[in-house]
Design a protein around this ligand. Structure first.
Ligand SMILES: C[S@@+](CC[C@H](N)C(=O)[O-])C[C@H]1O[C@@H](n2cnc3c(N)ncnc32)[C@H](O)[C@@H]1O
Length: 214
């Protein structure tokens, strides 16, 4: 699928996105959606006025939680329609339209106390995920900061294979749903320390930080 088609897909989804995720009721892929976003904020351990960047902010459901904690929030997304929804809900958030995999615009050339992301990075293969995490950790995190990633994740390859059978009708072979143990090993190799917590039947939260920092 081309980049334009991919962006269009999210533009089209923006109208119904909140209704779908908030009513997913235990199904794949959004089982535990709200609980998972809450867990990101708990693990982020933020204080008022901390600066947060939300990668793939979508309609702003994760960002809203950081705003509620008194944080100063930036959000980046390539979908104009998703950003329009976020702008309506969260006028105080600094929104930037950009592709995460391209060079980031000037507004994002800065460091944040926390960088967070929910249900976005499964779009990328493991190598691309790790490259992006490393780039963010080295160039966009304050000392002692960390990256929190919530997504469709499984603890092991075997668990992911079982899940692909269980949810065969909904499973998307074009997505790169995470496997925690292979992710942690790949991150270790590039100097990123990763921890993982499974939260629902198909979702969990990673924390990434530069090894030895903080
Ligand atoms: C499934 S939604 C998740 C939205 C929100 N983070 C949440 O948890 O509800 C994925 C979002 O990531 C954005 N996205 C996907 N790939 C992207 C990319 N390469 N660059 C920027 N945004 C991207 C989409 O436009 C969409 O808003």
């Amino acid at each position: 699928m081309s980049q334009t088609d991919r962006t269009q897909l999210f533009d089209d989804w923006a109208k119904t996105y909140d209704a779908i995720v908030l009513s997913s009721g235990g199904g794949f892929p959004f089982d535990g959606y709200e609980q998972i976003l809450d867990e990101v904020v708990r693990l982020a351990d933020v204080k008022p006025d901390m600066r947060i960047l939300d990668l793939g902010i979508g309609t702003g459901n994760l960002a809203a939680r950081f705003v509620h904690e008194g944080c100063i929030v930036w959000g980046v997304d390539f979908s104009a329609e998703m950003l329009a929804k976020a702008r309506m809900k969260l006028p105080q958030v600094n929104l930037v339209q950009a592709n995460l995999l391209d060079d980031w615009p000037t507004e994002l050339q800065q460091r944040f106390d926390r960088v967070a992301s929910a249900y976005v990075l499964h779009e990328f293969d493991l190598e691309t995920k790790v490259d992006l995490l490393k780039r963010v950790a080295l160039h966009h995190l304050e000392d002692g900061g960390c990256i929190l990633v919530a997504d469709v994740t499984f603890p092991t390859t075997m668990a992911r294979t079982e899940a692909s059978r269980r949810w065969a009708a909904e499973w998307d072979e074009d997505e790169y749903y995470w496997v925690a143990d292979e992710t942690i090993a790949a991150c270790e190799k590039v100097g990123l320390q990763a921890t993982y917590k499974q939260v629902s039947s198909c979702g969990g939260v990673f924390t990434f930080a530069i090894r030895g920092a903080g």
